[in-house]
Design a protein around this ligand. Structure first.
Ligand SMILES: Nc1ncnc2c1ncn2[C@@H]1O[C@H](COP(=O)(O)OP(=O)(O)O)[C@@H](O)[C@H]1O
Ligand SMILES: [Mg+2]
Length: 258
């Protein structure tokens, strides 16, 4: 059974006088993601990946289509009904430097979920936080630092730890490691896998890096100009792509690895 299902999801941005210019950033995309699954969405910069992710997490209204979660259309439920989903569906962004308030300490950032949501353990949240961060490779000394004094890799660990306090079922990972050094990238991807094994959380992994997507995804989709060109089991798509664009992508990445 699908955890989240997109049907004919479309986003048209309008600009110019009276919205006379229209740009279809996401064009009739349908896909499903199951519990505990990683769906890798691969496409070049500007093809509409982030726009799709933002619609899924209700950060951006869709122009048309549906996002079914537990059988409910998230794009059409009222604000109050949406509230529980805001906790269950989370997003990790590309730029670590804008994910945390730079003036706040790491501890304060991790306290936030307890204050915004009615999480268990609120009365002794600092103890809960100290125990919780161990699984994310965050040194206790970091808690007293300001976010501006923490490295990009550590920031992604902290943001992930904060997201996981909410016990989400689904996370959009929007280029989660593209701003990080290669060695740190591998550590964050390993942490994401570990989190999924422990909790059964589902991911939509967005990246322009076919190699990263290939290593981490159960199924993949190839996107270009807002359209999903093809999708399927990772091995099946990469071993026998049906679309010429997918073939050219695979060739260009094979070339880069040599
Ligand atoms: N808020 C916006 N207003 C107008 N156009 C936008 C907006 N956000 C994204 N776009 C356009 O939509 C297209 C897809 O952008 P985006 O989803 O960010 O691509 P990707 O994440 O794949 O690089 C681009 O052409 C971009 O310029
Ligand atoms: Mg993007």
């Amino acid at each position: 059974m699908a955890l989240i299902e997109m049907k004919h999801l479309t986003k048209v941005f309008r600009s110019g006088r009276l919205g006379s210019r229209a740009h279809t950033a996401v064009d009739d995309v349908s896909l499903t993601i199951g519990p505990g699954e990683t769906y890798g969405l691969m496409g070049e910069s500007g093809c509409g990946k982030s726009t799709l992710g933002r619609m899924l997490t209700c950060l951006l209204p869709a122009t048309s289509g549906q996002v079914l979660y537990d059988g409910r259309d998230l794009l059409r439920v009222g604000k109050r009904e949406l509230h529980p989903y805001r906790r269950r569906v989370q997003m990790l962004f590309q730029h670590p430097d804008t994910s945390l308030n730079p003036r706040m300490t790491v501890l304060d950032s991790l306290r936030e979920p307890f204050l915004l949501h009615d999480l268990p353990g609120r009365a002794h949240m600092d103890d809960v936080i100290r125990e919780h961060i161990r699984a994310y490779g965050i040194q206790p000394e970091l808690l007293e630092r300001r976010a501006s004094q923490v490295s990009g890799g550590q920031t992604q660990r902290i943001v992930l730890a904060r997201i996981m306090l909410l016990q989400p079922e689904f996370i959009v990972l929007d280029e989660p490691t593209s701003m990080l050094d290669v060695s740190v990238q591998a550590q964050i991807m390993a942490l994401l896998r570990d989190i999924q094994e422990r909790t059964g959380v589902s991911y939509l992994l967005i990246s322009h890096d076919l190699d990263l997507i290939r290593r981490s995804s159960h199924r993949i989709g190839i996107m270009r100009d807002g359209k999903l060109l093809e999708q399927g089991e990772t091995g099946a798509v990469l071993d026998s792509p049906t679309h010429p664009y997918t073939r050219s992508l695979i060739n260009s990445f094979a070339y880069m690895r040599d």
